[in-house]
Every structure is written in C-alpha cells, then in structure tokens.
Design a protein around this ligand. Structure first.
Ligand SMILES: CC(C)(COP(=O)(O)OP(=O)(O)OC[C@H]1O[C@@H](n2cnc3c(N)ncnc32)[C@H](O)[C@@H]1OP(=O)(O)O)[C@@H](O)C(=O)NCCC(=O)NCCS
Length: 298
C-alpha cells in the first residue's frame, strides 16, 4: 500500500473489548503465532483496566475501524524504578514503512511520561536488521544486556525459528539522546551519518565475509580497543529461507560476539544498515563504558 492510496490512520488507545479483541488477528498475521502464544483476551482486558498501555493504529472510521498496528507495554521494575516494558509492537505488512511503528512508539512514550515514567524497555532479535535500524537509529535505544533464548529455543512464531536470543534495550525517555533522535527523524534527517564513518574504520568482531558467512576476529585483540563492531546480514529472514544452517551460524557467531563484548564492559550504542552499500550487511557499534556515559552524548 502506498501513502497516496492510504486514508488517514488514527493513533489512539485501545479501550473497549471490541478494540482489544482485534489484537489476536494482528498478532497472528505479523508473527504467525498459534493461538496458545497470543495474548489471551481476558488478560488484555485486565491489563488495560489496571492502567497498562495499549495504543493502536486504526484504519477507517466509526464502527468500521480496523486495527492495523499496536504497541502493548506493561509496568515493570528495574534499577529501583518503575518502567514500562513494551512487550509487543506490530504493524501489518501492508501498512509498513509509513512511519506507523514510530508513531506508535511516540504515543507509547507520551503515555509513559504522562504516568511519570522515564524508562521503557523491550527486547528484539539482534539479527533483524530492520528492527535494529528502527530501535537504535530512529528511537535511540541503548543496551548492555544480551539474553540467550529469551523465550526458549523456539515458539510457534515464524520469526522465532532460529532461537529467541534477544537484546534487552533501554529507551531513556527524557534523555537528550532520545529527544535529539526523535527530532532528527521528524525532520527527515539521517540519524547518525558520523556512525557510518566510524564503522567503516573499525575491524569487526564478526564480519560478513565475501561468501556471506560470519567470520570471527581474534577476541583479545578486538576487545582491547575502545570500540568494536558486529556485522549482521541485511536480511536474516531471507538467509533462513535459503539456508537454515547458515542462519544458525550467524546466531552462534553474533551470540558469541555480543556476550563477550558485554562481559568485557562494552555497551551497544548504534546500528547502521548497509555499511558496504544498500544490499550489504549492517553493523552494530559497541563502545567501552556505561549506559550513563552514552546517554550524555548526543
Ligand atoms: C518493526 C515494525 C513495527 C516497524 O513498523 P513500520 O510501521 O514499518 O515502522 P516505521 O515505518 O516507523 O519504520 C521502519 C523503518 O525500518 C526500515 N526497514 C524496513 N525494512 C527494513 C529492512 N529489511 N532492513 C532495514 N531497515 C528496514 C524502514 O525503511 C524504516 O526506516 P526509515 O524510516 O529510516 O526508512 C514492523 O516492521 C513489524 O511489525 N515487524 C514485525 C514485528 C516486530 O518485529 N516487532 C518488534 C519490533 S522491535
């Protein structure tokens, strides 16, 4: 669907049982989940009534509004503070690349700030270049936490065939970093041109070699530096479709690299897609230090 053919889409809270009962079909279409892995309607109703955040993107009007995307987050507790843990963000395939994902995250951020909350967390698969770009470049998340098989070795979701390793990311809602990133995106500016330059000069800890396989660098030498990079394929779902063994090699190699770097005191700071041209790999930039150091930088 192109933006020209698309009527306006409204971002609003999900309130009624009718609204919440539309969640399942979006979950099933986006993740291909079996019923037992979707959010039970009764739990959704209770979560909403207890003050958790459900925002939706609705297409159409009046009684004919169709839910085409949503974000769901519940209250959490971390580092002695109350957080929102955003468990799900989804936009139907036909409605992607229209900024709906970003608009849903911004609505979620406004709701959380309105509740006096300053931090949102969520997880995503670090092999998914699209999500990495969305989270680091557009939203400005940071991470120092890698979870191996977070949801177990597999689920019914078609997006979970290669294990469920996740980066646990932190979105520091009022930080300069996040405000600056959202402003740059709203102005249509490329978030971090300078990151791309930095990445081109670094020797990756895992490199996308000319045959498309992951090549590991010497660990001690890489981790002796202040900054390292980790490359990933441009489209891991295509790799999974063509060669599941290769997709698993990528999982093993990147798991090794993230775990070793985090253990050595690095934080994941940025991601750039297309570090060697449009179709090529993307790369994470990790730097030595803490998340507090990072959020003071713009
Ligand atoms: C992640 C998701 C919600 C984004 O929704 P969306 O409405 O397309 O989001 P936006 O339009 O705001 O932004 C998407 C960005 O990803 C980019 N993108 C899309 N496909 C990509 C790919 N294969 N590789 C790299 N970037 C990609 C888009 O170009 C856009 O960036 P840009 O605006 O800088 O060009 C949607 O893709 C989705 O539902 N994915 C499946 C569920 C999921 O993974 N959820 C967890 C997200 S953390």
């Amino acid at each position: 669907m192109t933006s020209r053919s698309l009527p306006p889409i409204k971002i609003r809270d999900l309130k009624s049982i009718e609204d919440l009962s539309q969640l399942k079909s979006v979950e099933k279409e986006v993740w291909g989940m079996a019923d037992e892995d979707t959010l039970p309607l009764t739990l959704a109703i209770a979560c909403e009534a207890a003050g958790n955040i459900f925002v939706g993107a609705f297409h159409g009007e009046g009684g004919k509004e169709k839910l085409v995307g949503f974000a769901f987050g519940f209250l959490g507790r971390e580092h002695g503070s109350t957080t929102v843990h955003s468990h799900m963000l989804a936009v139907l395939d036909d409605y992607r690349h229209l900024d709906l994902g970003s608009r849903l995250k911004q609505a979620q951020r406004e709701r959380a700030i309105g509740m006096g909350i300053h931090e949102m967390t969520w997880t995503f698969d670090p092999l998914q270049s699209r999500n990495a770009h969305f989270n680091f470049s557009k939203l400005g998340v940071v991470s120092d936490n890698y979870k191996i098989d977070f949801y177990g070795p597999e689920t019914s979701s078609m997006l979970h065939r290669n294990g469920t390793d996740r980066l646990w990311v932190r979105w520091l809602l009022n930080s300069r970093r996040v405000r600056d990133r959202l402003q740059r995106c709203a102005a249509g500016k490329d978030p971090r041109v300078e990151t791309l330059d930095a990445l081109r000069l670094l020797a990756p800890l895992v490199r996308f070699d000319p045959s498309g396989r992951p090549a590991r660098a010497e660990l001690a030498e890489s981790l002796a530096r202040q900054r390292v990079s980790i490359e990933i394929p441009g489209d891991i779902l295509e790799v999974e479709r063509n060669d599941m063994g290769l997709a698993r090699e990528w999982r093993e190699a990147t798991r090794w690299a993230f775990c070793e770097a985090v253990r050595a005191g690095f934080v994941v700071a940025e991601f750039c897609r297309g570090v060697r041209g449009q179709q090529g790999p993307g790369a994470y930039l990790l730097q030595r230090g803490t998340i507090s150091d990072l959020i003071l930088e713009v």
